[in-house]
Design a protein around this ligand. Sequence first.
Ligand SMILES: [Zn+2]
Length: 397
Amino acid sequence: MRGLARHTTGGAKSSSDTIHELYGYLRPRAKEMAGLLGRFVRAESPSYEKAAVDRFGRLVAAEWRKRRARVEFLRQRERGDHLRIVLWRGRGRPLGQILVLGHLDTVYDLGTLARMPFRVSHGRALGPGAFDMKSGLVIALFAADALARRRIRPRKRIVFLWTSDEEIGSKTSRAWIEREARRSDAVLVLEPSSGLDGRLKTARKGVGEIELSVTGRAAHSGINPEDGVNAVHELALQIARIARFNDPRRGIGVNADVVEGGTRANVIAASARALVDVRVKRAADMRRLEARFRRLRPILPGARLEVRGGFSRPPLERASSAALFRKAQALASRMGLKLQESFTGGGSDGNFTAALGVPTLDGLGGVGEGAHSPRECVLVGKLPERAALLAALLATL
Ligand SMILES: [Zn+2]
């Protein structure tokens, strides 16, 4: 019945009706959602296993095709293929685009499922990637169902981009993410929410990795230590120096998390290196911190120091989320839910899109806890309201 279909207008009254219709459809579907989540979690998809990620990608693609969405595989040679799904059922030209971001990959190696099988217990669905972020992928499918069943046509074209390498830095997907973001008026990220009250993520730190590598000179530690230059000592002095770059009040974090060097206890170490995790809350601090690293000079005579790397994800500053968050909060309150926001030190692909100046709202995925750990779980009872919130955003943005 074409006549029943309509474009939503985004006005206060109509968006209130819209969200009640959507929530009404989704509310009784928690069990169904958990069922699909089980199928998704059982298809293991570690970032480094292309064949497995592709198998999972085909499973997700089949679900979207059942819903008559246009699905495109963005083929990758080394990593899993990314999925680009376009949902546009309106007539004429869309009034813009909304990008919904998520990832297919998980941090769990193949075989983890044997130790950590998918199961639902006490209202929690457990299993590798159940929370981060296969629940988000399920939420998107059910949000699309709700829009179709309630014959609500978003005014904008919706592009879902499910990438295969988010957990390992998004090297093959970043260009795709940025390309779609530039065409979009808003980006909604289905990464897990924060806390058991499902707080959205309105700010994230920028993240990077810097390598310090020191070259010294080997010598016998007993016979002629004076001919050597101890690279381990040099590195230790450098680490003490960069530890002072930390400024928690300003949101600057600098941590040498991997160190290696030397060969034997009786040989003056000829080389040493450290991998340093760097995080900042403000974009302005990103370049400043990189510059401080670049200005480091050797301390011991004869030592050489090389500094490589830098920030790979710029921070998601709250300003890029504020308006979208208010909108989401208003929609949630019409469902009788109180939606809060949070700040996190972890990065996501939303960092890339926010850095382009595209309004970005993150943490719209599942509610749960224990991401990247054996306790990872998502609250089944909250899946419908998250899907309703996403559907309402898609309908009214
Ligand atoms: Zn994630």
